[in-house]
Design a protein around this ligand. Structure first.
Ligand code: FAD
Ligand code: N01
Length: 541
């Protein structure tokens, strides 16, 4: 199908058509800007276009993991399940694209390769793999925090001749597992969702686990009629509160050791039985006090021991060397129960690492496992990966990749000094992956749209953060992370999953409410921390 070509000149060029890019386009159009989106996929949806693996679904309740900007949209879209599946979320985003007439301004199946800032005209020149060159006053990178997939660099993986899939680049056709020998590498959120589904469909499933994860049950199901009614009646209040806290969990103000052991355990039990990430908010100090954290970790390990019949397998599934929640907590359905199935084998790669992948098998030091289908649930080059894949050059020929070689540097997570008019949505230095991302996305998009409007009102050519304010923000992001247990885990939050990636805690842990106040304050003070350049008078004026 012939693809729509982008215009040669726009006010704003947006890269990515997921939750962020779609809303950015809508907001800018509503404010009278010319804007265009470039998306490498052949349709909208972002994560929800790419992640079609069995079991893929959100783990923030769907009523909250959705846009809040349109009351009509809120009322007309009926989520069926508490945690919607991939297909339903993709339908929702397609509906949004149609309802707000966005597709006409999106070029699909097109990859942005480079963006270069021309200081003489204060504009970006953006190029694509289809030979397009676009001149844009502003460039918005809505490229996703978890969109740059990563295959494991295991010996011989290129020789594997069976079917091989990454969860984040799943094919559009049905993958047949029946009677097949399936291997899955990775037990993060994607693996945890896929494993029970694949185990039910496959001849046999071998799970290659490097680090066990803490998995709390989802207890997913249809949204009850009274819950739906309550939401539709009170959604404005709920959405207003979510803007401050991200997701409407039951946040406790009580430290873990302020209550007796029995009370503490029954609180964990109550939350476990209810399901979801709410478990992690049982006590106020679980992410700041190692001993408090250990009480929650021990509770989950006890559940693993109860659920998994084979004590040796149960022990292999128990995380022991990092605090619970410091790697993204996983939400599963029948995850631990799956290891009681006769057709499922757990391989502990810490004890027996992969020594060789051949055309049809994976070998460890201890055994060889014949494999027909290999699933890599091996994650992403998170937060910076998608940006790093674009050759971005700012003032004085500085490349963003060089500037960020020792770790990302930006102001408020939104813009980087030396790169005027380049905005990043939910990038490093913002709450990003630590909160309900749709809430974070809506915040960023509205802040950016308001900023562009303010610049237009002032007849300004460009905005760019000041280096000293950027330095202060980078320090603040690190200081805040150091007050928590997060840096104790080898997680992708720290870039630890990518060999050679600098170890820097990437998202801002201070919460969306505080972050929102800081960003609002910057804008209301006339963009303190930024330099705004006026339009140059035209020579003929
Ligand atoms: P994306 O959805 O990643 O979209 C970015 C788009 O940019 C992609 O379509 C990509 O193709 C495109 N792109 C990137 N680079 C280029 C380029 N150079 N040229 C052209 N196009 C490009 N978050 C939550 O808060 N709650 C959840 O329950 C939740 N569940 C998740 C489940 C999965 C399986 C995954 C992977 C992530 C989940 N997330 C969740 C995080 C998720 O990333 C965000 O919620 C959200 O979908 C991100 O939207 P986005 O538009 O910022 O990025
Ligand atoms: O990726 P991950 P993911 N050899 O990086 C292992 C969101 N999300 O796609 O921990 C062997 O978490 C790796 O092992 P280790 C959510 O934010 C949400 O699962 O590095 N193993 C790990 O087990 C999530 O956090 C949902 O030792 C290798 C796994 O692969 C984020 O996306 C669903 C390896 C990767 O886990 C990413 O999740 C899905 C190697 N060479 C995703 N390399 C929801 O439920 C990597 N691994 C909402």
């Amino acid at each position: 199908m012939a693809q729509k070509r982008p215009p040669a000149t726009v006010d704003a060029l947006i890269v990515g058509a997921g939750f962020a890019g779609l809303y950015m386009l809508h907001c800018l159009q509503a404010r009278g800007f010319s804007a265009h989106v470039i998306e490498l996929a052949d349709d909208v949806g972002g994560v929800w276009h790419w992640n079609r693996y069995p079991g893929a679904r959100c783990d923030v309740p769907s009523l909250e993991y959705s846009y809040s900007f349109s009351d009509d949209l809120e009322q007309e879209w009926q989520w069926t399940e508490h945690y919607a599946g991939q297909a339903e979320i993709l339908s929702y985003l397609r509906h949004v694209a149609s309802r707000f007439d966005l597709r006409k301004d999106i070029s699909f199946s097109t990859t942005v390769l480079a963006a270069t800032f021309d200081e003489s005209v204060q504009r970006w020149t953006v190029t694509t793999d289809r030979g397009d060159t676009i001149s844009a006053q502003h460039c918005v990178m809505a490229t996703g925090s978890l969109s740059a997939t990563r295959l494991p660099d295991l010996p011989g993986i290129a020789d594997f001749a069976g079917e091989i899939y990454h969860t984040g680049a799943w094919p559009h056709h049905d993958v047949a597992f029946s009677g097949k020998r399936v291997g899955i590498i990775g037990t993060g959120s994607s693996g945890v969702q896929a494993i029970p589904m694949v185990a039910r469909a496959a001849g046999n499933l071998t799970v290659f686990q490097r680090t066990p994860n803490f998995v709390v049950p989802a207890h997913n199901g249809p949204i009850a009629a009274d819950r739906r009614k309550d939401w539709q009646q009170n959604f404005r209040d709920y959405r207003a509160r979510a803007k401050q806290v991200g997701t409407l969990y039951e946040f406790s103000a009580t430290p873990a050791f302020a209550v007796s052991d029995d009370v503490r355990t029954s609180e964990y039990r109550r939350r476990w039985d209810k399901g979801g990430v709410n478990f992690m908010h049982a006590f106020s100090d679980l992410m700041t006090d190692r001993k408090a954290n250990e009480t929650a970790a021990a509770f989950v390990r006890d559940r693993i021991g109860e659920i998994v019949h084979d004590p040796l397998v149960a022990e292999q599934l128990c995380p022991r060397d990092y605090p619970i929640g410091t790697k993204r907590i996983c939400v599963g359905s029948q995850y631990y129960e799956t290891y009681n199935r006769d057709n499922v084998t757990l391989v502990n790669l810490r004890e027996t690492p992969v020594t060789q992948i051949s055309v049809d098998a994976i070998s460890t030091g201890a055994a060889t496992y014949p494999i027909d289908v290999l699933i890599c649930a091996t994650g992403y080059d998170a937060l910076t990966g998608a940006l790093a894949r674009i050759d971005i050059t700012g003032c004085e020929g500085e490349r963003l990749a060089d500037k960020w070689a020792a770790g990302p540097r930006n102001y408020l997570g939104l813009m980087s000094a030396g790169f005027p008019n380049l905005f990043i949505v939910t990038g490093p230095g913002s709450p990003s992956v630590l909160v309900n991302m749709v809430v974070g996305i809506e915040h960023h998009v509205e802040w950016i749209a308001n900023c562009l409007t303010d610049l237009r009102d002032r007849a300004a050519a460009s905005i760019v953060p000041l280096p000293q304010d950027e330095d202060g923000w980078v320090r603040h992001v690190n200081d805040e992370a150091d007050k928590t247990l997060f840096p104790l885990a080898n997680s992708w939050y720290l870039g630890a999953n990518i060999p050679g990636k600098p170890r820097v805690f990437l998202p801002f842990v201070g919460g969306i409410g505080r972050y929102r106040a800081i960003c609002d304050e910057a804008a209301q003070s006339g963009y303190a921390g930024f330099a705004i350049a006026p339009q140059k008078p035209r020579k003929d004026a």
